[in-house]
Design a protein around this ligand. Structure first.
Ligand SMILES: Nc1nc2c(c(=O)[nH]1)N[C@H]1C(S)=C(S)[C@@H](COP(=O)(O)OP(=O)(O)OC[C@H]3O[C@@H](n4cnc5c(=O)[nH]c(N)nc54)[C@H](O)[C@@H]3O)O[C@H]1N2
Ligand SMILES: Nc1nc2c(c(=O)[nH]1)N[C@H]1C(S)=C(S)[C@@H](COP(=O)(O)OP(=O)(O)OC[C@H]3O[C@@H](n4cnc5c(=O)[nH]c(N)nc54)[C@H](O)[C@@H]3O)O[C@H]1N2
Ligand code: SF4
Ligand SMILES: [Mo]
Length: 694
């Protein structure tokens, strides 16, 4: 028996549409959905079968039997594990109040279900991974346009010039945008790429600048300086939509290209040349606002400067530029329902653990919270004691900077519950593990992909679960029932859930059979860029002088502060991804661990020579927070002030034998420092010392 099932990949959160071949109950092939991706898939997507058949993944519920992190477990039935979790939660809520429970997850298709759970039990403390990735990009966008970054996207296919700031486009993958940018490049589009090291993306770029670490914002101030001085901006657009231009002009006055050359190492005349070039191509210009925007404490101002350059080029809501995502209503459809919209469900209220919406982080997005505050809130009992953490599809011990601090904090909790598919570092340190079925074994809530053509996608079960696992939507419902709030989960099967989501739309489950998705619009929906853009700021304009920031006591244009160079013998630690791994998820995957089994430390050749380090040699990396052993990758292709390592290695869970103790962990070395306006962690803030292994 052979069947083909359209579904959605989940080897990373990009969620590419896929077609899965199942023969006699075995998944034999996965490829990209040809209606969306011409069949293309990345290495991680193809390795989904290896996850399915991996015996080292979570196979049944577990209750801790030894000390935390010791690895002694008792196999439990689902009833036992859920009863145990519910009993402990009831005790904790009874003694400390519902706010003492936090629920953290990587934003996913069922996030509306987890949010419903938290509101039902009366805790305001649901948070997602989002701020760890791009909190400051979100805040920057809202400060200028009233929209979050997730409500904006980029029309790469029609762009004439794309500028990438450390956006490693061709390794830190999103398949559809890559296909679009490659097509644009064939038609003559230019790519300018800035990084502190030469990546695969550098080899695709027409112009590559190896910038001094942390100085992209200086470059941008100089670009804005030239654009305003030489009147290179889109005057009609700016006159109509932009407020605060005189203030911007006064602000960038001192930031000349010559000044920026000193800061960044990029020749002044080249900065002027770029400004003139992009102006000729406007508005089909994309200053890429980034994906991971989490490097420095001034992250929000870098992201604002990038968005401002787009505004000056008139490229916001332009073909070949940026656009606002359109939803079902824009395409004439009824609304796509989520469980959180149930009228009887209590609203989230009360002070959040992370201070979002309060005095500490007044302008960050409460829809996501600020995850990096969690260990600090637990350890300082600020603003109140936190006693229990439930984490789903998220590994905070590794994904929040400072592993040792995270462990100390989590050890203070009375209850840690992990819903995962692997022995994550957090799962290994948990009291209860509730194993989720992997994406090929389950259906999930429907995905609404807003965009120029809003589209609904469906993740369908391809094969039954191999082990004693359940989908998250069932796990959370069963837990809710035990806590007396099951009424907010009006479904038994995934079909019930889909019908709930589609109740206001004239779409049936069968409509997904043909292609795996339902497109809600025939043609791209653009608003008229000179008359019809609906900015959501109080003024209805792009507010360069931001009411959101200024009303909360933050400046729109703080004076530039030079990024310090590391002291002699130290380096700025930088981090990132490679094409074959997902953050901290895939290092133990049987196929992918073979392709990239460990990380290395990129270090500049001259600096390595000074330290007596040769290529391939084991080195010790030390910061004020942690330590790691790793092989050196000695190269001319990294800036001398920085070292670089891939995120996700140096793992400490012995049950994951393929990646155990391979390479070093960036998380163990990094300080927990956050951009306290925008909300992102400053992942490139920490200096490290490097020496040959003794
Ligand atoms: N130190 C440091 N921290 C970082 C970063 C960094 O570079 N360095 N990067 C930041 C960025 S950009 C991001 S986006 C975040 C990502 O942070 P995370 O979301 O924590 O990382 P992921 O690897 O995406 O996924 C975490 C967990 O999801 C589990 N998982 C995978 N599939 C499923 C599933 O179907 N169901 C369930 N329940 N679990 C599943 C994996 O096994 C893994 O344990 O990390 C941020 N934090
Ligand atoms: N294969 C794969 N693809 C992914 C993911 C994955 O886990 N694996 N995750 C997805 C997610 S959630 C995210 S957030 C994106 C992340 O995608 P990107 O935003 O592209 O981020 P990183 O991979 O973290 O790469 C950061 C780059 O910044 C460079 N850099 C460091 N300091 C500076 C600096 O001061 N200036 C400049 N200009 N560059 C600097 C680093 O050398 C590195 O190449 O990838 C997405 N796609
Ligand atoms: S980028 Fe790769 S791993 Fe991520 S969803 Fe797409 S195919 Fe899957
Ligand atoms: Mo991310």
């Amino acid at each position: 028996m052979r069947k083909e099932v359209y579904s959605i990949c989940f080897m990373c959160t990009i969620r590419c549409p896929i077609k899965v071949t199942v023969e006699n109950g075995t998944v034999t092939w996965i490829e990209g959905n040809s209606h969306q991706l011409n069949g293309a898939l990345c290495a991680k997507g193809s390795a989904g079968t290896a996850l399915l058949y991996d015996s080292e993944r979570l196979r049944y519920p577990l209750i801790r039997a030894g000390a935390r992190g010791e690895g002694k477990w008792r196999r439990a039935t689902w009833d036992e594990a859920l009863d145990y979790t519910a009993t402990r939660l009831k005790e904790i809520i009874g003694r400390h109040g519902p706010q003492s429970v936090v629920f953290g997850e990587r934003q996913n298709l069922n996030t509306h279900i987890s949010k419903t759970f938290m509101r039902a039990i009366g805790s305001p403390n649901h948070f997602t991974h989002d701020a760890l990735c791009k909190g400051s990009v979100n805040t920057a966008f809202r400060s200028l346009t009233g929209y979050t970054d997730a409500q904006v996207n980029m029309d790469f296919a029609n762009a004439k010039h794309v500028i990438l700031y450390g956006r490693n486009f061709f390794e830190s993958l999103q398949l559809k945008p890559i296909q679009a940018l490659m097509a644009a490049k064939e038609k003559g589009a230019q790519i300018t790429y800035l990084d502190i090291r030469s990546t695969v993306t550098a080899s695709h770029a027409h112009r590559f600048w190896m910038i001094r670490p942390g100085t992209d914002v200086a470059l941008n101030y100089a670009l804005i300086h030239v654009v305003l001085e030489e009147n290179l901006y889109d005057e009609a657009y700016v006159n109509k939509w932009v407020s605060g231009l005189p203030e911007l002009r006064a602000f960038v006055e001192p930031y000349t290209p010559e000044w920026a050359e000193e800061e960044t190492g990029i020749p002044a005349q080249e900065i002027v040349a770029l400004a003139r070039e992009v102006s000729r191509d406007k508005p089909q210009v994309i200053f890429n606002f980034g994906y991971r925007g989490a490097s420095h404490t001034n992250e929000i101002y870098l992201r604002r400067s990038i968005i401002i350059l787009n505004a000056l080029m008139g490229s916001i809501e332009a073909k070949g530029g940026l656009f606002f995502n359109k939803g079902p209503a824009d395409a004439g459809w009824g609304s796509f329902r989520s469980l959180t919209e149930q009228e009887e469900l209590p609203k989230a209220s009360g002070e959040r653990f992370d201070g979002v919406g309060g005095k500490k982080l007044p302008v960050c997005d409460p829809a996501h919270g600020v995850a990096s505050m969690l260990p600090l809130a637990i350890l300082n009992e600020d603003p109140y004691p936190i006693r229990a953490a439930i984490v789903n599809r998220f590994d905070p011990l590794l994904s929040v900077p400072d592993y040792n601090l995270n462990k100390r904090a989590f050890d203070r909790l009375d209850l840690i519950v992990s819903i995962d598919v692997n022995f994550s570092e957090t799962a290994w340190f948990s009291d209860v593990i509730l194993p989720e079925s992997i994406y090929l074994e389950r259906g999930d809530s429907l995905q609404l992909s807003s965009g120029l053509k809003p589209t609904l996608f469906m993740r369908r079960q391809c094969v039954p679960p191999r082990y004693d696992t359940k989908p998250q939507w069932e796990i959370v419902k069963r837990l809710a029932e035990r806590l007396g709030v099951g009424r907010y989960f009006p479904y038994e099967t995934i079909e019930d859930l889909w019908k709930f989501q589609l109740q206001d739309m004239d779409i049936t489950i069968g409509d997904f059979d043909g292609k795996g998705f339902v497109s809600l619009a025939e043609k791209p929906i653009f608003w008229d860029r000179l008359t019809g853009i609906k900015f959501k700021t109080p003024s209805g304009k792009i507010e360069l002088v931001s009411s959101l920031l200024e009303d909360n006591g933050f400046p729109s244009f703080p004076a530039y502060e030079a990024m310090p160079s590391p002291p002699e013998g130290s380096f700025r630690l930088t981090t990132g991804r490679c094409a074959v791994h997902t953050h901290v998820s895939t290092q133990n995957n049987p196929y992918l661990s073979e392709l990239v089994p460990e990380n290395t430390l990129w270090i500049n050749s001259d600096e390595a020579a000074k330290l007596g380090i040769t290529d391939g040699q084991e080195v010790e990396v030390t910061s004020d927070y942690g330590f790691g052993r790793i092989k050196a990758h000695v190269t001319d292709f990294i800036h001398p002030e920085a070292v670089f390592m891939l995120h996700g290695f140096g793992r400490q869970v012995s049950a994951t034998t393929r990646c155990f103790d391979k390479g070093a962990s960036d998380t163990a070395l990094q300080a927990n420092v956050t951009d306290m306006i925008g909300g992102s962690p400053a992942l490139h803030h920490t200096f490290v010392r490097v020496r040959p292994r003794r």
